[in-house]
Design a protein around this ligand. Structure first.
Ligand code: PMP
Length: 462
């Protein structure tokens, strides 16, 4: 694979300070960088690493925001973007364009079932917006059911569908969004003891929610196939099939959000493949071209696409299927196939990450649960293994968040950039990371976890 060790350019700390100062003066950052963290100015990135202007190199266990599935600066994808820019840099969305047609064909070839038509967007949130609008127009119904412990994007509808604290500040209680609990045995809402019980009770809860909402008012159920930012919770066997059956029973559109889980991250092309799940609509973004140029979309089933044959779908975007983004997607999907990147991700999950994290769980009292697949893993960190009390309170900031901050600082000191969300750290490096790099990163993670252990009841003796 292509995740070779990156060689930092010549250090230039003064340039780094200037970039950082200008950035802080003029870039109004999104929530991931407001006050909470102050990342260094980045001078370059290649493969699975990036480096700052001091010449310090970090192994990126976050894949950016879990999107650089093929790593940074893949030469073939960079070349394809340059070629596409020279050939046709941009063009309006209504016309047939080679790069767009080819990207749609390659995506449709990989998506499950009869999801054969692709509506392109600029990213994940707008893909969710359009999937929901399609479901509403298709059914003529207003409401959408969405899970707590989910993230669907930062736009108005997508953030209201989201089931975590990022929704709170902008929550208008948008008409038509109803939340329910999806299964998660480790922190069960259903007093379940086994995966089977959790699955059965979660499905009963979803059906009851539907019945009380009035199924004739509900357009869709939307779920991340494997919820990502909210904790990489693998659904129990039978759950997605059960949701599919409920959607069919009540005539709802089943939407799977594969923005984070799609395109190789799970060691399969899509997380849905792990469960033989076939939704009516599937959203994607991120890994489709590893974020080299913004791109997202909705894969649409024949049944839904047919609805819009006689009447136009009321939606569109100026940059829908932008030629540069689609050129990058074509090259990315070809590279993934040529280099066996999906298979590599599956191998790493099964033979390297899974065993290493389970081994760490034996030694670190702060690890409550290990879960994941492919290059998509979470460590659920706890203060107390018996009670499963999270290592930090829900949505903690400042001193309350010290245990996670200490852990992250320890990792960064030793050259690992970790993914941290509330009481969890996720191991989500590029799918192309080499085994040697991965093992090096896991060793740093292992050591950094001792900083988390220090905040557990085992260490505090209480
Ligand atoms: N859905 C899921 C499952 C996501 O993980 C994300 C982004 N983290 C989004 C939607 C939103 O995508 P974007 O940030 O590209 O709008």
């Amino acid at each position: 694979t292509s995740g070779g060790a990156a060689v930092p350019a010549r250090p230039d700390p003064a340039a780094g300070r200037a970039v950082h100062a200008t950035d802080r003066a003029h870039v109004f950052h999104s929530w991931s960088a407001q006050g909470k963290i102050d990342p260094p100015a980045v001078a370059g990135a290649e493969g699975s690493s990036f480096w700052d202007y001091e010449g310090k190199r970090y192994l990126d266990f976050t894949s950016g925001l879990v999107f650089t599935n093929i790593g940074y600066a893949h030469p073939k994808v960079v070349a394809a973007i340059q070629e596409q820019a020279a050939k046709m840099c941009t063009f309006a969305p209504a016309f047939a364009i080679e790069a767009r047609a080819e990207a749609a064909r390659l995506i449709a070839e990989r998506t499950p079932g009869d999801l054969d038509k692709i509506f392109f967007t600029n990213g994940g949130a707008d893909a969710v917006e359009h999937a929901i609008r399609m479901a509403r127009v298709h059914t003529g119904r207003p409401k959408v059911l969405s899970a707590y412990r989910s993230y669907h994007g930062g736009t108005e509808q997508a953030i209201n569908l989201t089931g975590d604290p990022r929704r709170w500040a902008s929550d208008t209680g948008t008409a038509g969004v109803v939340h329910f609990h999806a299964p998660h045995l480790y922190r069960t809402q259903f007093y379940a003891q086994t995966e089977e019980e959790e699955c059965e009770r979660a499905l009963a809860h979803l059906e009851q929610t539907l019945v009380y909402e009035g199924p004739h008012t509900v357009a869709a159920v939307i779920l991340e196939t494997i919820p990502g930012t909210a904790g990489i919770m693998m659904p129990p066997p039978g759950y997605l099939a059960g949701v599919r059956a409920l959607c069919d029973k009540y005539g709802l559109v089943f939407v799977l959000d594969e923005v984070m889980a799609g395109f190789g991250r799970t060691g399969t092309w899509f997380a849905a493949d792990l469960y033989d799940a076939v939704p009516d609509l599937m959203t994607f973004a991120k890994g489709v071209n590893s974020g080299y140029v913004p791109l997202g979309g909705v894969a649409i089933s024949e049944k839904i696409a047919a609805t819009f044959e006689d009447r136009p779908y009321p939606g569109g975007l100026t940059y829908s299927g932008h030629p540069l983004a689609c050129g990058a997607a074509v090259a990315t999907l070809q590279v993934m196939a040529e280099e066996g990147i999906v298979e590599h991700a599956a191998h790493l999950g099964e033979h390297v990450i899974g065993p290493a994290l389970r081994d760490m769980a034996e030694r670190h009292p702060s690890i409550g649960e290990v879960r994941g697949t492919g290059v998509f893993w979470a460590l659920d960190l706890v203060r107390d293994r018996e009670t499963r009390e999270p290592l930090v309170p829900y949505n903690a900031t400042g001193p309350d968040n010290a245990p996670m901050a200490d852990f992250a600082a320890a990792a960064k000191r030793n050259g690992l950039w970790p993914f941290v969300n509330m009481n969890r750290t996720h191991v989500v490096p590029p799918c192309t990371i080499t085994e040697a790099e991965l093992k090096e990163g896991l060793e740093v993670l292992d050591e950094a976890l001792t900083a988390a252990d220090a905040h557990t009841t085992a260490a505090l003796g209480g």
